[in-house]
Design a protein around this ligand. Structure first.
Ligand code: KG4
Ligand code: ZN
Length: 306
């Protein structure tokens, strides 16, 4: 991703996108009650374009401005369909930049009770894909190969992290050595290093099984912590959110675990899992109800605190 190109693409697309959205929704700018926009986190150049555009609309139309946090919006994507989780619920939010367990007591009262101390789950997918020679973003491709592979063929370690936090950096290192050794061992052994051709052939011949085995480990890391969070909080409404929740293996394992544990489980439709504008709109809707408006002096933030 080239930040300047992303900003320029935002400049080019923002007016046509808003026009198309209004046309699809069959309404005019005058029908809109408030302007919600993504304030954080993200690429600052793109956030500046969106923030400035939202401020201009708010000023021109004399409608309130609502700042939305991207990660809160991922969680609230679960409130888009008619069948919604009741409060309180727990949400496992898994994206390219975040991995969090969020306790949600109301649409505007969200608390992060666990998160990754290093890589995000999406990064674990994308970095694994890169090591396997697959293009970015690798998550969807690993998902596709994993569906044809044997998840028990190779074993990758599960990190021992206290509490409800996650870690994916050890998994990444173990995959690196596993590939360096062309699958001879997935222990941290450096004495045998396969030559590049052997490694390439090994990956080519075993791609489906490697993807299935890595994916199974990522899923078990995520769901074991979620199970722990549910047990500790006594909450039985459980949700998924974020780009990685588009993963077919995770969706299936989450639903099956929910059945076993007696949870009520919720997963947003595919199009509301990866980054989308509807999740910003639904968050804006709840903030509008709470009259949680923003001053015109607001500026965006690249960082993730919320
Ligand atoms: O939430 P998102 O669309 O953007 C961020 O806010 O980061 O998440 C993007 C991440 C990427 O790491 C991508 O590889 C991953 O979601 N992803 C998947 C799948 N679809 C997207 N990971 C695994 N399986 C998928 N099917
Ligand atoms: Zn996202």
């Amino acid at each position: 991703m080239v930040p300047e190109l992303a900003s320029r693409a935002h400049m080019q697309n923002i007016v046509p996108v808003v026009d198309a959205a209004l046309k699809t929704a069959n309404c005019s700018l005058q029908d809109i009650d408030a302007i919600a926009f993504t304030q954080a986190p993200g690429l600052i150049g793109s956030l500046l374009v969106g923030t400035q555009f939202a401020k201009s609309l708010s000023l021109a139309l004399d409608k309130p401005l609502i700042a939305v946090h991207h990660m809160q919006a991922h969680v609230l994507a679960n409130l888009i369909p008619d069948e919604r989780p009741s409060f309180p619920f727990l949400c496992l939010t898994v994206s390219g930049g975040h991995t969090q367990i969020v306790r949600c007591d109301s649409p505007t009262r969200l608390t992060v009770i666990g998160e990754t101390i290093d890589d995000a789950a999406g990064e674990a997918f994308d970095k694994t894909a890169k090591m396997l020679g697959l293009p970015y973003p690798g998550g969807p491709l690993i998902d596709k190969h994993a569906a044809r592979g044997n998840p028990n063929r190779f074993t990758f370690p599960e990190p021992q992290i206290a509490g409800l936090d996650f870690s994916f950096s050890g998994l990444k290192t173990s995959i690196l050595y596993f590939l360096k050794n062309a699958g001879a061992s997935n222990l941290y052994k450096e004495e045998f290093l396969a030559d590049e051709e052997t490694r390439r052939r090994f990956v080519e011949e075993n791609l489906d099984d490697i993807c299935a085995s890595v994916q199974a480990r990522i899923i078990s890391i995520l769901l074991n912590k979620l199970k722990k969070a549910a047990a500790e909080t006594g909450i039985s409404n459980l949700c998924l959110a974020g780009g990685v929740s588009a993963n077919k293996g995770l969706r299936k394992a989450f639903t099956e675990l929910g059945e076993k544990q007696g949870w009520k489980t919720f997963i947003p439709a595919f199009e509301y899992c990866t980054d989308n504008a509807a999740m910003i709109a639904i968050t804006g809707y709840y903030k509008f109800q709470a009259k949680d408006f923003t001053e015109l002096s607001v500026s965006p933030s690249a960082r993730a605190e919320w």
